[in-house]
Design a protein around this ligand. Structure first.
Ligand code: FES
Length: 590
């Protein structure tokens, strides 16, 4: 009989049990140890690098032998998802491989709107005695002439106690004629807007009467151990029958914990949260609801549902007002989800009269062209390279990541997150590396490193030829998405009045460098705007205003969608945009 193995993960000294046939990544996940796994453990990225101490490493598989130098293999370096321990082992997880403490940005321009929430409130004072649902509805009707139709079953069960506990004086909260909460008469009412991203989750606690954001918190998406990007997580649900349910529970629990934490911080009763709006890309939307993501894994990338959805908060594990609902903003198409709908609302695309491209860069980059009042969207498979994935020294935007790089007079100048020594390089730095080494002449226009060595950056951080290629593919896909949209409308880049880069990552990129590598069209810089988290602003608007929520529905319904997968125009444009644009290097190097 094979005995159970014991694995110790350093530097946190966490111990885990290893069952027969477990990979090291399986053990880490089960033990609550965070190891980067951009490809979800499929062995095709390089993010899960670890080191077996004290000679405990299993024999290296061929891919690891190809990937690591012989010296590193001998020392015990392996990829966690490709290594099955054969004896008790102590594993060191390098800082670059740990996924904790990534920089999370939830800021974005807050747009004020006159609060017009979907919930209505009625202050009620009753004479006392026994009250049932009919007499309560009649009492409200006689005072307010409101059109209350029924009381939610959750409230109904507790109705007598709720009324007596409040001494017959209370605030009744309704939503489209349904009583969803009974609160103390002096209570305020709150809502929560959730920007459910693949990497991060932004949660905003909002006063529904004043419109003020009371507090906000950003956390890493707890699904990350199941894969760094959407495709990895979708693939994981095929590989592991429990993965979908586990990810759903983790996500719902995490969001509930954040809401409870925000309430505690501000001495707010969670029962006074009477509405929630969630915006996520299609896969996040499905996983949050526990819907199958199978259709999203294969062309034609059919989601289970696209339209808006109202679901009881208690059905998705959220412990707020008893009868409250969660509203899911509608998806536009397969990989253009409710987060893009929220972004369009946040940018007030419904009022836009100019010709505008807006894009949110990620492993899938969603791009919309707004032209003559019409919106057309695409989703580009830009891959993980722009988030530091599939790059040998790549890492997410966490402490020690090189986020900016400049080459001046031959000297490489870097800036790291947290200002400490460099540990790896994150997405914004990746764009700078390509642009600056190209402009300094060390990369050819085709992306070939001129010397036969890696591009040396600093502190053991470097860029390989393979890394350059990965970024070229990512930037080529984004540029091709922009070109396809322009072509479909018969436009050229110089017809654009504005190019808006939304999203946390987009806020940090150096736009000039993005133009230098051809990721963005070469238009005047004053036409390019980095607006931060527009989706966060949009989801708050949809929470605060029923009018704007309906507007978000209209935006999603009326948006055209172009499927790029395998289309000739996209492939042609993609191939044309893999190389860097021609530049006069002598002029640039001056
Ligand atoms: S190679 Fe191990 S997670 Fe990607």
């Amino acid at each position: 009989m094979t005995r159970m193995l014991y694995i110790t993960f350093e530097p946190d000294n966490i111990k885990g049990q290893c069952y027969p046939n477990d990979t090291l990544l399986d053990v880490a996940r089960r033990s609550g140890v965070s190891i980067a796994s951009s490809c979800g453990g499929r062995g095709i990225c390089k993010s899960c690098i670890v080191y077996f101490k004290d000679g405990g490493a299993p024999p290296a598989i061929k891919e690891d032998i190809d990937f690591f130098s012989q010296k590193k293999i001998t020392k015990g370096w392996r990829r966690a998802c490709c290594s099955r321990p054969i004896k008790d082992a102590v594993i060191h997880i390098p800082q670059r491989t740990r996924v904790a403490n990534a920089r999370i940005s939830i800021d974005g321009a807050d747009i004020w709107t006159c609060p017009d929430p979907v919930v209505k409130t009625y202050p009620i004072l009753l004479d006392g005695g026994e009250i049932n649902s009919d007499s309560l509805l009649a009492a409200v009707k006689s005072s307010y002439n409101g059109d209350l139709k029924h009381i939610s079953s959750e409230i109904l069960r507790a109705l007598p106690d709720l009324i007596k506990d409040n001494w017959y004086k209370f605030l009744l909260v309704s939503r489209f004629g349904e009583v969803i909460s009974i609160l103390p008469s002096t209570s305020k009412i709150y809502g929560v807007a959730i920007d459910l991203g693949t990497t991060n989750i932004g949660v905003y606690l909002v006063d529904l009467r004043s419109g003020a954001t009371i507090s906000a918190e950003g956390v890493e998406n707890p699904q990350i151990p199941y894969g760094g990007d959407l495709i990895a997580r979708i693939t994981e649900t095929k590989r592991n029958a429990d993965a979908l349910q586990e990810m759903t529970q983790l996500t719902q629990r995490k969001i509930n914990d954040i809401i409870i934490g925000l309430c505690e911080k501000h001495a707010i009763d969670p029962l006074s949260i009477v509405d929630i709006v969630v915006a996520g890309n299609t896969a996040m939307h499905h996983i949050f609801l526990g819907l199958s993501v199978e259709g999203l894994g294969l062309s034609p990338f059919e989601p289970c549902m696209e339209g808006p959805l109202d679901i009881k908060a208690s059905n998705v594990g959220l412990t707020i007002a008893m009868g409250a609902y969660v509203h899911m903003l509608p998806n536009i198409a397969g990989f253009v989800g409710g987060d893009h709908t929220a972004m369009l609302l946040g940018l007030r695309a419904d009022k836009e009269e100019r010709t505008v491209i807006s894009l949110d860069i990620g492993t899938n980059t969603e791009i919309s062209l707004i032209h003559r009042g019409e919106i057309t969207s695409v989703s580009c498979p830009s891959g993980p390279a722009l988030e530091g994935g599939n790059i040998e020294c790549g890492m997410r935007a966490a402490k020690g990541a090189i986020e900016k790089l400049e080459i001046t007079m031959g000297e490489v100048i870097i800036k790291t997150i947290g200002e400490g020594p460099p540990v790896g390089i994150c997405g914004s730095g990746v764009i700078d590396v390509l642009a600056q080494f190209y402009l300094s002449g060390e990369l050819t226009q085709k992306g070939q490193i001129r010397s036969d060595r890696n591009l040396v950056i600093e502190g053991g951080v470097y860029f390989t030829q393979h890394d350059v290629r990965a970024v070229q593919l990512a930037k080529g896909a984004i540029r091709a998405g922009i070109e396809v949209l322009l072509m479909a409308a018969g436009l050229q880049a110089d017809s654009l009045d504005k190019l808006i880069i939304a999203g946390a990552f987009g806020a940090y990129i150096n736009v000039e460098n993005a133009i230098a590598i051809g990721m963005l069209p070469d238009i005047p810089l004053h036409k390019i705007e980095q607006v931060g988290n527009a989706a966060g602003a949009g989801v708050k608007l949809a929470l605060l205003s029923y009018t704007l929520r309906k507007q978000a529905h209209n935006l999603a319904r009326d948006s055209q969608y172009i499927e790029l997968a395998g289309t000739k125009d996209f492939m042609k444009s993609f191939m044309n945009n893999i190389n860097f644009p021609q530049v006069n290097l002598e002029e640039k190097q001056l």
